[in-house]
Design a binder for this molecule. Sequence first.
Ligand SMILES: [Zn+2]
Length: 269
Amino acid sequence: MTNDISHLSVLACFAHPDDEGFASGGLLAKLVAGGARVTLVCATNGDIGEISDPSLATPENLWRVRKQELRNAMAVTGITDLRFLDYRDSGMVGWDDNNHPNAYCNADSDAVISLLANAIAEVNAHVVLTHDPSGGYGHPDHKTMSDHATAAVQQVSDPDGFTPLLYYVCFPRGVFQRWWQEMLDRGIEPPFAVDAIDSLGTPDDEVTTTVDVSAHVDTKIASLKCHRTQISDDGPFFQLPPDIMAGLMGAEYYQLAAPTGATDLLATL
Ligand SMILES: [Zn+2]
């Protein structure tokens, strides 16, 4: 840790339980370890996600199980300020779930933006983290949260005063491709199905910031493993060789989206 970050306040805004872990689990652990205040807002309860093991949940109670999984994950990471917005998972584009009245993609935008703006002001957030505008892989809930968080930051930003830094989480295409190729070269079947490795993830030139989270990989993995319905403890992802795991998990990537020309605070951690 090069800087004292104990004065920092960070608001992380994600769509589903587990989004926080893959996108920024290492950064969240690093912030907590440095004494920063971290607040996590989760828009939906991941109601229609997969169920890795039928003994863990049913389609009817998955939403409740996933809320508890996120509570458990945040207990591991050390985040006590966890806020659920309790919208319903909208599913992927074209699913019937898009039409559910409580689906997050149908939320009253002004209400959510106002809620997030109030949260930013309440915790005096120096940094707001959220999904990138494309939603990573295009999930409507990720896009919606990105739009809402971006608008909330704009709403509270005062050019002459308090202006939080807005960061989008990134999954750089070049990094994906490098590790994908490494797995293939070593005869390891990549643990995620990718039919478009050349278009997956964030274009490399949109990534502004790399954060070294190598000292927090154990916490990141332990926290991720709390999302038991989503990622199986003995599944292929966690069976990857330690060096590949460390490479995949030890750095996180962000885009400083606003304000223009601001000092890149995450780059100094
Ligand atoms: Zn998600």
